[in-house]
Ligand binder design. Structure first.
Ligand SMILES: [Zn+2]
Ligand SMILES: [Zn+2]
Ligand SMILES: [Zn+2]
Length: 149
């Protein structure tokens, strides 16, 4: 994922290539597992583009969201968080999230075997599934170990 790729992506959506837009995409692609809030994106983009304002980041995030270049995710902590869309990166399937009920850490996982279920739903109900979101709740390895001590 580099700036040229993002520039081409913006152009393909009919958008002007601006530093702010590239900056937000860049930050999100680099911190894939961190699930940043708009404020956190702002703090990181500002390192490269000190002139950027928080309002611009909000607007940029909104725009990229509407275009499907980034996804908004809700990890049940009361914050809207963002990550680069799977459609934006090479890999087709987006990852999903494991949420630890004890420490609140979020882990990503890829495999979900839902294609079979989607095929089954299509067959039995005639409903064509085009997207899904999976969140699994439980206790991470560390928290389990801490409990046993
Ligand atoms: Zn994620
Ligand atoms: Zn935990
Ligand atoms: Zn999936």
């Amino acid at each position: 994922m580099d700036r040229e790729h993002f520039a081409a992506l913006l152009k393909s959506k009919g958008l002007k290539v601006t530093n702010q837009r590239i900056g937000v995409l860049d930050v999100l692609s680099k911190s894939k597992d961190h699930h940043l809030t708009a404020e956190e994106i702002y703090d990181l983009v500002r390192l490269d583009y000190p002139d950027i304002g928080l309002a611009t980041v909000y607007r940029t995030v909104q725009l990229l969201l509407e275009l499907g270049l980034i996804d908004r995710i809700n990890l049940d902590d009361g914050c809207a968080r963002y990550e680069i869309s799977s459609k934006t990166t090479e890999n087709q399937h987006h990852h999903h999230h494991l949420i630890c009920l004890s420490c609140g850490k979020v882990f990503s996982f890829e495999e979900d075997f839902l294609e079979r279920l989607e095929g089954h739903i299509q067959e039995s109900m005639g409903f064509r599934v085009t997207d899904h979101e999976v969140k699994l709740y439980g206790y991470c390895k560390e928290c389990q170990e801490r409990r046993q001590e």
